[in-house]
Ligand binder design. Structure first.
Ligand code: HEM
Length: 461
């Protein structure tokens, strides 16, 4: 027997609009709503419908790629103004998606991380140099510095381009432009239909920001071509010179530009948020920090300047558990959408239409009762190796699902584990302001206003 998808009583026309706060509160509201309304519920706003799914059984069903695929929903269509048919925003049937996927998959394999490791270490050391100066003295703004780090890392590993974020006090103009452009995209989708023309100034700014981003990335691509360098050691080299195995053709210049913008967008805020949440939880859980410290100490001893090898990162298994548990509570890309390939029934009773947006609300899935009691508690033991085989496959989805899942997952995890390792090896983390977690949400989420004081660990202890 079919049943309607649960929803609260709605007003005519505006639907549930008045209930829904904007920005961060919107996400937190949806998580709270999932708790009250259950594993599937619907919002209506000005004639648009949003269906949120978060129960393990339903998400398991939606992960079946013979029935569902990625949905490029309204917000992503907006992001296409920046990232075009790059991997993240490509429609499923755009030929450039498969072409770029085939060309780039090997560049994101676990083995490929060996090639990026030295550049990741270079940037990590710039962070350490900055934090050494602050240590014992000034607090550091964690999310800001993590963004400097992840941005410079993707610039260097992806394009051999040095944004130099640690050598400037202000934010790199590209990062400012990108942040503002993404914010604009989100505001557009939240504004009342028909009122966009009132915001022409912001639209003008959006066009200027988009131009700035394109010009910078275009210049990096032109410089590489002009240099005659045909190496395929980084993402740009690979895109310029590796033919797609199926068609024998390389990616066209417009698409390379879109992929480059995509990696800069997708590759840095998510990873920087994950690092910031992990540092927050390490600070609040001294017993977890101590365990992480003994793991890195066992590897690097008490040398002042450890030389983490590529192979060390895979050995930092407890730190990886810490990262996973942080991504469980706050998956930094907090939702992904799928659509039915044909009209179908889910959960045995809810009718859904071909192509309709079904949002998987990851933070709520990550609090499903299948995680056990105390789902709000930060506990890296949930990811202990002996427990791994018992976790249902689709219970943990911070990187999305199926063919359109995150291509940068190994990249993010390698980078984040390396950096966390170096930080916990070197510093005590001092919660000087008794920080209370507050979520800031743009398209991604991060801890808002999280600052730390650092002190060098006393090696003699
Ligand atoms: C896709 C999360 C890091 C590049 C995705 C998706 C999620 C995600 C949930 C699926 C989106 C959807 O279904 O609409 C994350 C998280 C990261 C991270 C939580 C860090 C902790 C990275 C990095 C890169 C990257 C470092 C690149 C260097 C991409 C790309 C896609 C993607 C290109 C689209 C893949 C496709 O559709 O073919 N990511 N990501 N991500 N991510 Fe990531």
């Amino acid at each position: 027997v079919l049943e309607p998808i649960p929803e609260r009583p709605a007003l005519p026309l505006i639907g549930h609009a008045l209930r829904i706060p904007s920005g961060a509160d919107g996400l937190l509201y949806a998580i709270r709503e999932a708790k009250e309304m259950g594993p599937i519920f619907r919002f209506r706003v000005f004639g648009q419908e949003f269906t949120f799914v978060s129960g393990l059984d339903l998400v398991t069903e939606l992960a079946d790629e013979s029935r569902f695929r990625k949905n490029v929903h309204a917000d992503l269509v907006q992001v296409r103004e920046i990232a075009g048919d790059g991997l993240f925003t490509a429609f499923n049937d755009e030929p450039n998606w498969r072409k770029a996927h085939e060309v780039l998959m090997p560049a994101f394999s676990l083995g490929a991380m060996r090639g990026y490791h030295p550049a990741m270490l270079t940037v990590a050391r710039e962070l350490i140099t900055k934090w050494d100066k602050a240590s014992g003295d000034l607090p550091v703004d964690v999310a800001e510095d993590m963004t400097r780090l992840t941005f410079d890392t993707i610039g260097l590993c992806g394009f051999g381009y040095d944004f130099g974020s640690f050598r400037r006090a202000d934010t790199h103009p590209f990062v400012v432009a990108m942040g503002r452009a993404l914010e604009r995209v989100q505001q557009r989708s939240e504004s009342i239909p028909g009122t966009e023309f009132l915001q022409w100034r912001k639209e003008e700014q959006f066009r200027a920001d988009n131009t700035l981003m394109r010009e910078l990335v275009g210049e990096v691509i032109r410089d590489r071509r002009a240099s005659g360098d045909t190496g395929t050691g980084d993402l740009l080299g690979r895109m310029l010179h590796t033919p797609d195995p199926a068609t024998g053709a390389v990616l066209d210049d417009d698409n390379i530009l879109y992929q480059a913008l995509t990696f800069l967008i997708a590759g840095h805020e998510t990873t920087s948020g994950a690092l910031s949440f992990a540092l927050h939880y390490l600070t609040k859980h001294p017993e977890v920090l101590a365990k992480a410290q003994s793991e890195v100490d066992a590897l690097w001893g008490d040398t002042d300047r450890p030389e983490p090898a590529y192979g060390d990162i895979g050995k930092l298994t407890y730190l990886r558990q810490v990262l996973n548990e942080s991504l469980r509570l706050w998956p930094t890309a907090p939702a992904f959408a799928v659509e039915p390939l044909a009209d179908t029934v889910i959960g045995g009773r809810y009718q859904v239409r071909a192509g309709e947006t079904l949002m998987v609300l990851t933070p709520a899935l990550h609090r499903d009762p299948a995680w056990g009691d105390n789902v709000e508690l930060f506990d890296p033991e949930r990811f202990a190796p002996e427990r791994e085989p018992h976790r249902p496959v689709h219970l943990f989805k911070p990187f999305g699902t199926g063919e359109r899942a995150c291509i940068g997952r190994q990249f993010a995890l390698h980078e984040a584990t390396l950096v966390l390792g170096l930080i916990v090896h070197r510093y005590r983390l001092i919660d000087h302001a008794d920080y209370q977690l507050k979520i800031k949400s743009t398209l991604t989420i991060k801890p808002d206003g999280f600052t730390l004081r650092l002190a060098r660990r006393d090696r003699a202890e």
